[in-house]
Design a protein around this ligand. Structure first.
Ligand code: SF4
Length: 490
């Protein structure tokens, strides 16, 4: 019978990341903070899991909801005697409960399939499959082979989903067998640990690797604002510094950092802004008028909804465009936002080519993203390829002077993201308090827009939020360019 201290596959995996996380989940679950991103990843994974079942049709499903562990175990035992394929089969051995995504009867035993909604096999999936193998074989069932099934990012949808092409199977039997001794020891360690006091584990890289821990709000509560963890880039070991009692960024000894990290600590102390007029002027020299400011929003799906899209491909559904005909001239604006539930690529291509004149200079912030999407549109619409590629040829990246630190404020906390740079230089402008505050939220809003297509009120609100957010991005670029110009002319 399962008890509070019993292990399951997901609890074992949590303990594998950090024993303290498993202990807290067991004894102090109220300290957990639910993450919307984790919930969405779970929902997406569930969708992929259900679809993968169709690779092996006709199986028997052992549902999780509304059944006790014992009922699931019993139903699995019955299914094992007559089914060829079982979805979500349940097993328990030595007090550890696991559910297997798919098992398939073959000569000499069963094959085990662990389904992941990702683009590749990660180490953590091998651990996940290894614990299932350990428990299932512990009950006496023979597993002849173990596989991780994941999405093949080279698959391009063409009509009905081709599941054999969408999913790819990796035989991980060897890795799983190599882990068996460790799995046994780890189960024993976790079981013992759960019976004792909370493990004395300090914060470390394991708090976000491989997953963001849902107890960070508890364990990280003493980390101050402007902490050593704001130190950007590679170099100093921030956890080591923190362990030595150096908690604030400004308190990091200068001999422990170099390059851009040294500059970040120095400016955090002096609160001075770094300005290289020469570098900024060189950047301004690359611009010409009319000058356009472009920003895309995209959606991404693990299972493509439309033809000619690959899993996890970023598909542009919205843009904002500000422009100036001449330096200091009137600022114009236009925008595009796709209708919900339709493939937006044809329409966005035509609108973009209408809105951006041939050979116009186009500014983007982190241009590889915008250029990448335009290149994909060019591949999809060969008749428009030449014009689309010419937009890329005329594109300049506004991130460059900030990346080169020709302009740098300590307020950016070492980040060159527009979300960090904008409030550092433009008073009264930031993304705080916006309904949609980053690209991830915009992506979620796109899906929300499709889900609420039949509710005019909600749809209008979501569209308004999306338009406001994207417009803010290009207006931010306009304002940052003004800042650069002012610094040069000062
Ligand atoms: S926040 Fe870090 S230290 Fe705390 S439980 Fe999670 S992983 Fe462990």
């Amino acid at each position: 019978m399962a008890t509070k201290n019993s292990l399951s596959k997901s609890r074992y995996m949590k303990g594998l990341q950090c024993h303290k996380a498993l202990w807290l989940a067991t004894h102090k679950p109220e300290l957990r903070e639910e993450s919307e991103a984790a919930n969405q990843a779970f929902a997406q994974g569930h969708k992929v899991g259900e679809l993968a079942q169709e690779i092996f049709p006709g199986g028997v499903l052992i549902p999780f909801d509304d059944l006790t562990f014992d009922e699931q175990l019993q139903r699995t035992q019955t299914a094992l005697t007559k089914a060829k394929v079982i979805y979500e089969a349940a097993f328990m051995h030595n007090g550890v409960f696991v559910k297997a995504d798919i098992i398939r009867k073959v000569r000499g035993g069963w094959e085990l399939y662990e389904v992941k909604g990702s683009s590749k096999v990660k180490d953590i999936y091998l651990d996940d499959t290894a614990v299932q193998y350990h428990i299932i074989t512990g009950t006496g069932l023979t597993i002849t082979k173990a596989f991780v099934v994941h999405l093949d990012t080279s698959y391009r949808r063409n009509g009905e989903l081709d599941l054999d092409a969408l999913f790819t199977r990796h035989n991980v039997t060897k890795d799983v067998l190599e882990r068996q001794a460790d799995v046994k020891k780890e189960i024993a360690r976790q079981s013992k640990m759960l019976k004792g006091k909370m493990p004395d584990i300090d914060i470390g890289p394991w708090c976000s690797d491989p997953y963001e821990c849902d107890f960070m709000c508890h364990c990280w509560q003493d980390v101050p604002d402007d902490s050593v963890f704001d130190l950007a880039g590679k170099g100093a070991d921030t956890f080591k510094l923190y362990g030595q009692g150096i908690k604030k960024l400004k308190d990091i000894p200068l001999d422990q950092v170099k390059g851009k990290q040294l500059q970040q600590v120095e400016t955090a102390r002096s609160k001075k802004t770094v300005v290289s007029k020469k570098g900024l002027q060189q950047f301004l020299d690359t611009l010409r008028y009319p000058l356009y400011f472009l920003d895309f929003e995209t959606f991404m799906e693990s299972i493509p909804s439309y033809d000619d899209i690959k899993p996890f491909q970023q598909v542009p559904f919205q843009y904002s465009l500000h422009w100036l005909e001449k330096a200091g001239g009137t600022l114009y604006h236009t925008e595009y936002l796709a209708k919900p539930g339709v493939d937006p690529r044809k329409e966005i291509t035509e609108r973009l080519l209408k809105d951006i004149p041939e050979c116009a200079c186009v500014l983007a912030y982190w241009k590889s993203f915008e250029a990448g999407r335009i290149k994909e549109l060019a591949e999809q619409f060969p008749a428009r390829k030449k014009r689309l590629l010419s937009i890329i040829d005329n594109m300049v990246d506004l991130i460059e002077p900030f990346k080169a630190r020709d302009l740098y404020s300590w307020k950016q906390k070492g980040s060159h993201s527009i979300k960090a740079v904008l409030p550092a230089f433009v008073k009264g402008m930031s993304y705080d308090g916006m309904e949609i505050g980053d690209g991830g939220a915009a992506m979620e809003a796109y899906h929300q827009m499709c889900d609420c297509a039949d509710d005019p009120k909600e749809l209008a609100q979501v569209r308004k939020n999306l338009l406001e957010y994207c417009k803010q991005d290009t207006l931010a670029m306009v304002k940052l360019l003004e800042v650069i110009e002012k610094k040069v002319n000062k």
